[in-house]
Design a protein around this ligand. Sequence first.
Ligand code: MLT
Length: 266
Amino acid sequence: MTRSIEVLFSPVEFSALSQRNLGRTACVVLDILRATTSMITALANGAEAIIPVGEIAEALAIKQQRPEVLLAGERNGLRIRGDLTGGNDFDFGNSPREFLPEKVRGKTIVMTTTNGTRALRACTRAEPVLIGSFLNLRATVNWLRRELPLHLILICSGTHNQAALEDTLAAGALCERLWPYYASGQVADSAEIARRIYPLLQTDLLGAMKHSRNGQRLLGHPELRGDVYFCVQRETVNFVAGLQKDGTVRKLACEAPSPSGDATTV
Ligand code: MLT
């Protein structure tokens, strides 16, 4: 069997996953600004699980059945407030800097965002579905190198209905590091595009964000601009997270430093 690697750049592509055979396919979902970075941060700070849902109404229905869960998410980048829920404000927006240890430790968080949680929901038939970010890039790469899924699809959540530069760069970083394992297989042009763009911009991810629609939007907002600085950090956490069959996102595997200082999967 021939390995394959492909990148989906935009929502119209990930929406079409429902028509595809996802047998023996791993997906990595990337929403660098900010949903997948927020999920990884919440888990790193001790959250038990994240439940990603597409719509506000789904989040509210879960809250009604399980009052102990916390609600997180945004519309137009801002925390979901009572005007959209019929009363109550969500506990968090979609800023990774909000998910502090004292607020999330031991908690389950139901999250709905414009693109990121929808991208995750679109690939539930794949196995595994990993949550990608620059924060846990190395751990994700090491996990994929070890498991070597036959088919690998990197899903960029995008901005509204368009491709997003920051997600494309993260897909490119994964492609570059996994290239030796997939280059002799079926390589989609989309993977080639992402792999070739990343080296051009990798030394200044923050500068690149000034050219991204989502980056510009967040940088222009005094309360949210710090998120961009946060989300372009690389290798700050050492675990892989994935979407489970029960619909929750949880930590899958941690890495520990080996005696030589290299990270090894445990
Ligand atoms: C999304 O899911 O579309 C994004 O995470 C939006 C945001 O930056 O809040």
